[in-house]
Write a protein of this length. Sequence first.
Length: 437
Amino acid sequence: MKASSKRSNNLQGTVSCPGDKSISQRSVIIGSLLEEDIQISGFLFAEDPLSTIGALRNLGHEIEINDDMVLLKNTRKNIYDKKVFCNLGNSGTGFRLIAGLIAGQEINAELTGDDSLCKRPMNRIINPLNEMGAKIESNKGCAPLIFNKSQLVKEFLYEMPIASAQLKSCLLLAAISSNMKLTLHEKKVSRDHTERMLKYFGANLTTKKYEGGQDIILDTNNKLRGKDYSVVGDFSSASFLIVAALITKDSSITIKNVGINETRCTLIEILKIMGADINIKNRSICCDEEVADIEVSSSALSGISIEEESIPKIIDEIPILSIAACFAEGETSITGAGELRFKESDRLMAIEEGLKRIGVSYKSSDDSIVIMGNRDLNVSKEVNIDSFGDHRIAMSFLIAGLRFDSEVHVNDCKNIDTSFPRFFETFASLGAEIKTA
Ligand code: S3P
């Protein structure tokens, strides 16, 4: 599916933020460990969380969807003598978290995904899970993964080699589902939704912060208590709306119910330093996650240097931050972002290819990019941009097109459904000209 965008001024209105993809997936995965039925509201009914629900159903869980609620039943079919097959589609989060869950449950299983997912590195989870006692075979470090029933150790200590919430969550799920004591040393703190949710449901989990990092300790004999859960809005989806309002003329929008967990929303601080007019209102706490409304107005932006320590907290927002950088005066440098090469696409490469098409100069290395911005950037000849099958690349360049005299066409936009199924309707409601072909 192809989509196109063209110059749009005066974006106005109030929209509600779609449910958080990371939290939606965790709510059903962690919810599957409870003994009581629970209801989940605010769930993101997009392809990735739905693949995760599909995998949990194959693992024997009864999950109903009623209107906009997910009902997780405590009854579980006996699957212990079978080999379970799960396909997580495009979802790296679903894949890596379910891998932890399966490893901790002593079952035979095969886990796979789509072409993009089957190219993503899995040794980061296979190695520590096998050290814990799992018996996982892979296709040269990639999916499909075969899980051969085996018992995990009773205690495990692990130094996180990379900042990855997916890896951290995978190991926490292996530990909690096998009653293991797990200590994780995290030098660079990644998003902490799993820790917050495990504590919300009553797990014995403590974190000890120290200069530049933290230890996460999950103790044994966790008795999780069933409680209903409400998913807050996805800051990563909100970031497309935020940047669209900033770079278009005479815009002023409000996004309601956005998750502003401090391990996720460093983009706001960065954009504010760049000169963005962003106000956070009506802060509250929902199921241990901070949530607020965000007001954004058109702003004249300036370039900024972003160093490695911020990267885990803006990891999914770097494509759209690169678009903000194109319209900011001066250089924006993003350093220490090598993990972007292992996302739904090689995102550094995909950003560079898109920048070439819209005539923006940049310098790049293995793990960095410097973008030469210009507040008057314009494109006066139609351009075609490749999404490389990546939802965040597709949405980012469609937003860039809102500033150009000529249309920007982005191919392969179907993948937007993996995280933001109402993307086109939401932007249309604000007056943005973004359309599917
Ligand atoms: C996610 C963590 C991040 C992020 C991904 C979602 C999660 O990946 O890029 O989109 O839900 O835990 P890594 O933890 O691998 O960096």
